[in-house]
Design a binder for this molecule. Structure first.
Ligand code: SF4
Length: 463
């Protein structure tokens, strides 16, 4: 059951702040850091805290890994290729360290919570200075102090669910956009997923802590927030469910609110209705379906049927006709037949997602699905996923084309790297639009007439 979080005690936080001051005293010259973040938005948000702590300790951000005095990998283990990427990168650092022996290499994140992974790294990669997990990331200042003082490898990973540390320094990536964690962990144990094993059971922040962080962001001028959780709509903080929390956040008058990731089984009517009621809740929802066939959904332990999922989509569109839906889809779950895959194709045709993140199933050690027999070859799975990608791309393009001629409200968030007179931003529904403009527009919400559609983005003219 989802429970309210246990907080890191005030004493432990004061202790970490003391370590931040000690590290700062230890640094004899300007030191720089570079964080490589792999994986999901939860990791991006964790990296913002790690950056905040590093800057509090006197480090400044380096533009590249090569320039940095400290390189930190915030890893992901949701798929095998994310792990291979992290390990490949870490091996590359060995060479860098030969030329730069003072370089500090730290590795944290979900991968370190996998059984045996930290031990493997300790044995095989002695050039890594610091290894820590997700549950003890708030102790990073203490660990770094030890590494700087002792100049020897230090590793610590907790196997208990993490306590939540409030009030740590944060360096946000954007002054206009903010991630806000509302809950951590997952209780669902989908049979293919490693998250419950590495991020622990669900625990929610209190409504007050979430609202305080949102208010601070609003007062700093943030225009859009993304409420985050591995299973955000199972939030239960101090008796308030996620829909109730959304109503409270909406009242803060932050222009745009989004959230992710939602589980279809926890999408209540109250939450669906919020799309009609809440003016700041943007009309888009990431609602991973994973598969369109009931037998596969059951083997995945998703706890909804294809029919129930389609009913949710119908209800959402009834209250919010222009809602844009996105999804995650796994192709080639163990034993998935061609006919079962065709059910996923037909569901995609029926729902017509704005975008879908499609993956070939990747076995994760320790999960139930990793033990299921699978007679299908990677070639068969690759052919299937290509068909799915082609289908989704065609649907995405048709959706973008249907928006040509509309006037969209766009929150400008970037300048084109190739053309300084072109800017980009997102519509309320979440589509990216590029148009002529200068960097003074960044952080502003403007009206843009959509003039054409590309495969993934829209083009328009400022009105
Ligand atoms: S809901 Fe399922 S897929 Fe999502 S994090 Fe939890 S176990 Fe993993």
């Amino acid at each position: 059951m989802n429970r309210e979080a246990i907080h890191v005690s005030e004493e432990k936080l004061i202790e970490q702040k003391a370590y931040m001051a000690k590290v700062k005293e230890t640094l004899t010259s300007n030191k720089t850091y570079h964080i490589v973040t792999l994986g999901c938005q939860m990791n991006v948000r964790d990296s913002e805290t790690l950056s905040g702590m590093l800057e509090e300790m006197g480090f400044t951000a380096a533009n590249t890994r090569e320039e940095a005095d400290l390189i930190l990998y915030n890893t992901c283990c949701v798929r095998e290729n994310a792990e291979n990427k992290a390990l490949g990168n870490v091996i590359w650092l060995k060479e860098l360290k030969k030329d730069k022996p003072e370089l500090i290499i730290a590795v944290g994140g979900c991968m370190m919570q996998e059984e045996g992974m930290a031990d493997k790294l300790i044995r095989q990669y002695p050039f890594i200075d610091l290894i820590f997990g997700t549950h003890n990331a708030y102790r990073f200042p203490e660990y770094l102090y030890r590494v700087l003082s002792d100049r020897q490898q230090f590793a610590e990973v907790f196997n208990i669910d993490g306590e939540i540390a409030e009030g740590l320094p944060v360096k946000r990536q954007s002054p206009y956009f903010g991630f806000v964690n509302v809950m951590y962990g997952c209780n669902n144990f989908c049979s293919y997923c490693i998250v419950p094993y590495v991020r622990g059971r669900e625990r929610s922040r209190s409504v007050e802590d979430v609202l305080d962080e949102c208010k601070r962001l609003r007062d700093q001028g943030v225009q859009e927030i993304m409420l985050l959780g591995q299973n955000v709509n199972s939030y239960m903080g101090g008796g308030a469910n996620f829909a109730e929390l959304l109503y409270r956040v909406n009242a803060l008058e932050i222009p745009r609110i989004r959230f992710m990731t939602s589980h279809p089984k926890d999408l209540s009517d109250e939450l669906i209705y919020a799309y009609k009621e809440l003016e700041h809740l943007m009309p888009n929802l990431h609602l991973p379906v994973q598969a369109g066939n009931n037998e596969i959904l059951e083997k995945m332990n998703r706890r909804y049927s294809r029919e129930r999922y389609l009913e949710l989509v119908m209800k959402l569109r009834a209250v919010c006709p222009d809602i844009g839906l996105t999804s995650d889809i796994i192709v080639g779950f163990p034993g998935e037949t061609l006919a079962q895959f065709e059910d996923t194709m037909s569901l995609v045709k029926e729902v017509r997602y704005d975008a879908a993140y499609t993956f070939i199933y990747s076995p994760r050690q320790g999960t139930k699905a990793a033990l299921m027999p699978d007679p299908f070859t990677i070639q068969e799975k690759t052919e299937r996923i290509q068909r799915l990608i082609d289908l989704q791309q065609a649907i995405s393009y048709e959706t973008l084309l249907s928006l040509v001629g509309n006037t969209e409200e766009v929150l400008v968030d970037s300048v084109s790297l190739r053309n300084e007179n072109a800017v980009g931003g997102k519509t309320r529904r979440g589509h990216m639009v590029n148009f002529e403009g200068n960097m003074n527009l960044i952080g502003k919400t403007v009206s843009v007439k959509i003039t054409s559609a590309g495969k993934n983005t829209l083009r328009g003219e400022l009105i």
